[in-house]
Design a protein around this ligand. Structure first.
Ligand code: GDP
Length: 305
């Protein structure tokens, strides 16, 4: 999915092929290739600018360092393409990395994980994937809470998914999402569950009613984690969406879905830089096992091709 971006980095490297020195001029030429491909891949303009500025600064720093080495009369030769690519790799990683743990666990009582996002982003699927991940990889006992009363099929969908992975699903027919979420804690205690995943309602666009409902759930259940589910296919819009949710809910992380598709990949690079909320997990397919912890290093390598 990173074909466009990878092409830009490869073109940049080709421009520097055979050159034994990084100069301001050849750095500019290489950066132009990268810039074009990042924009083509739907990376936010502000993110493109910030990224290029950092790569340029590092690359220029490298020319100074190499020159300083050569002052004793020896000739210092570098493979300009490799040096440039290494700088890009490191900066890509820096752009996507975040400190701290991906999940915050509660000191006492069940840990809350609230899932939010626009309709169709993959929220319900990701809730089930997350539950499976917690169960299999972290040996937890999750409870899924079906609180998406907006999309008629969402409750049934979660019930089916929960059954397929052997995770209980809680819902109170006819109750409000806030009520359902508030009562889930008792259910978790009764069932011996140590993590509660709240699948909340999405809308087709951010609106006040949605945000108020989510804010009310947040206040009521005080979850340790709020993950925004973002569809990687929606490109630059993904970033604006993330910012809207983050401003209102103070997200702890982002789950980027549909990375198996033919999205151009811009969202993966932009989200953390624009919102401050890092990508923590990625969805790589429709199956409940297609869920992975996000690895900036692996992603940077994929991007560089
Ligand atoms: P919600 O409205 O946000 O709850 O979205 P759903 O969980 O129902 O997902 C919407 C569609 O996207 C469904 O057809 C899912 O199977 C699909 N989907 C979700 N995550 C992924 C993913 O990582 N890769 C692919 N290819 N499809 C996904």
């Amino acid at each position: 999915m990173f074909d466009a971006i990878s092409k830009g980095f490869k073109n940049a490297k080709n421009r520097l092929a055979g050159l034994e020195e990084l100069t301001e001029q050849n750095i500019e030429t290489a950066l132009r290739e990268v810039r074009l491909s990042l924009l083509e891949a739907d990376v936010e303009l502000s993110v493109v600018k910030a990224f290029l500025a950092r790569v340029k600064e590092k690359a220029l720093g490298e020319t100074v360092r190499v020159r300083a080495k050569g002052t004793d009369g020896s000739t210092v030769k570098v493979r300009a393409g490799d040096v440039f690519t290494k700088i890009c790799h490191d900066e890509l990683v820096a752009f996507m990395s975040a400190d701290g743990e991906s999940i915050r666990f509660a000191d006492a009582g069940p840990t809350g994980i609230m899932m939010v996002g626009l309709q169709g982003s993959g929220k319900t699927t990701s809730s089930a994937k997350f539950a499976r991940f917690l169960q299999k990889d972290l040996k937890k006992k999750p409870l899924l809470v079906a609180a998406d009363m907006q999309r008629p099929a969402a409750v049934e969908q979660l019930m089916v998914l929960g059954k397929s992975i052997g995770v209980p699903v809680f819902n109170i027919p006819g109750a409000s999402p806030v009520e359902i979420c508030s009562k889930a804690r008792d259910e978790a205690k009764a069932k011996g569950c140590d993590v509660i995943i709240y699948d909340t309602a999405g809308r087709l666009a951010i609106d006040d009613a949605l945000m108020e409902e989510l804010a009310a759930i947040k206040t009521n259940v005080a979850p340790q984690n709020i993950f925004l589910v973002v569809d990687a296919m929606i490109g630059q819009d993904a970033v604006k969406v993330s910012k809207g949710f983050h401003d209102r809910l103070d997200l702890t992380g982002v789950i980027l879905t549909k990375l198996d598709g033919d999205a151009r990949g811009g969202a993966a690079l932009s989200v953390r830089e624009v919102t401050g909320a890092p990508v923590r997990y990625v969805g790589m397919g429709e199956g409940t096992d297609k869920f992975e912890e996000f690895r900036p290093d692996g992603m940077a390598s994929r991007v560089l091709g």
